[in-house]
Write a protein that binds this ligand. Structure first.
Ligand SMILES: *Cc1c(COP(=O)(O)O)cnc(C)c1O
Length: 359
């Protein structure tokens, strides 16, 4: 086995999708696979999500890679298309598109197509990133309805800015804005990302859009996956490549950022920011070696980290198994130690890391 390896547990993936369905039993699932399925491997993950109703990605290249990989389910482009020339590609490949801006509407109106494209009209209810303004809603809706190149059922979408915090009143404000706008419309609604699936059952609609939770990571502030019945899909592991002694007062790593306050031993593990392990992981970030937690000490290098295993430790040797995150070491905790979020850690896995798929 290669040194830095992302082990992907398919049975955990399937269990998490089942958990989504148990939480949103009335909704279809648009499984979000952008950014290489959050670092888990785009096509491999799609192949295992047979129980999903559709897939969603952020770029047309990701959607095409799914088709090349033999995936036949409907695919939704979460940011829509960016060039008029993409419209033919969408039609040929059964991609559905978000419409969030006038330029997309105009391109759809002007196109000469041999079929119709399924459209999701995205409304900005308060995130202020993508989406038409609520006051434009009826106008866009009617123009899409009248457009021959667009399927008659113009589906409706919005996105929450703060759903990870169930106490934030902004969520209800967005929900109310959306529900007021779409009142009386018969088309399918899609609002909920992972956090809203968990925190806001009233937002489920006909479709939900889970990303992070499918990969077994908590989207909710202050909770880890086990608290919400999810199982981490990825374990990031490597091996111990040296065990060494350091004496009291000796500095370790670049910048001498950490000094031993007593004699101890270090295990050097073959993983670093060149693999996607976060350089900002501070002194004390836990690492599992042979299943036991030890603190990272000194700066994360490109290819290695140093771990304080204690002066008297006889149990760690070259070749032993080290886990940076996984079932027994929540990625949520590592993200906090590195002052970031699990999403970023997962997306940052580099091509040097090899993948193994289990289950
Ligand atoms: C990424 C994304 C999602 C999935 O979000 P998670 O927090 O990972 O569940 C849903 N909807 C949109 C528009 C997205 O960009």
């Amino acid at each position: 086995m290669a040194l830095a390896t992302a082990s992907i547990d398919f049975s955990a993936l399937e269990a998490n999708l089942a958990r989504v369905k148990a939480l949103a039993p009335q909704s279809k699932v648009m499984a979000v696979l952008k950014a290489n399925a959050y670092g888990h491997g785009l096509v491999k993950i799609a192949q295992r999500l047979a129980a999903a109703d559709a897939f969603a990605v952020a770029r047309i290249e990701e959607a095409l890679a799914l088709r090349t990989g033999g995936i036949t389910k409907p695919i939704v482009l979460l940011e829509g298309f960016f060039k008029a020339s993409d419209i033919e590609i969408m039609l040929a490949n059964n991609f559905q598109t978000i419409v969030h801006d006038e330029y997309q509407l105009e391109a759809l109106e002007k196109a000469h197509l041999s079929g119709q494209i399924k459209v999701w009209l995205k409304v900005d209810t308060g995130m202020h990133r993508l989406g038409i303004e609520p006051r434009q809603f009826e106008h866009f809706y009617q123009r899409l309805k009248q457009c021959d190149n667009v399927c008659a059922d113009v589906q409706l979408m919005t996105h929450f800015a703060c759903a990870d915090d169930a106490t934030n009143t902004y969520n209800n404000k967005q929900l109310t804005t959306f529900m007021t706008l779409v009142k009386g419309k018969e088309e399918a609604l899609c609002l909920a990302n992972s956090a809203a699936i968990i925190n806001y059952p009233q937002s489920h609609g006909q479709w939900v859009r889970p990303g992070l939770m499918m990969y077994g990571v908590s989207p909710v502030q202050g909770q880890v996956s086990a608290d919400i019945g999810l199982i981490p899909v990825m374990s990031l592991r490597s091996e111990v490549i040296a065990v060494r002694k350091v004496r009291q007062g000796e500095p370790v790593g670049y910048g001498g950022n950490w000094q031993a306050d007593k004699d101890t031993q270090l295990a050097v593990v073959a993983i670093g920011y060149g693999d996607g392990y976060p350089r900002h992981a501070g002194n004390g970030t836990p690492v599992l070696i042979n299943g036991v937690r030890y603190p990272l000490v000194g700066r994360v290098s490109m290819d290695m980290i140093t771990v304080d295993i204690g002066a008297d430790n006889q149990n760690v040797k070259v070749g032993d198994d080290a886990v940076m995150w996984g079932v027994h070491l929540p990625i949520e905790e590592i993200a906090e130690c590195a002052d970031t979020i699990p999403y970023e850690l997962l997306c940052n896995i580099t091509p040097r890391v090899s993948y193994e798929y289990l289950g």
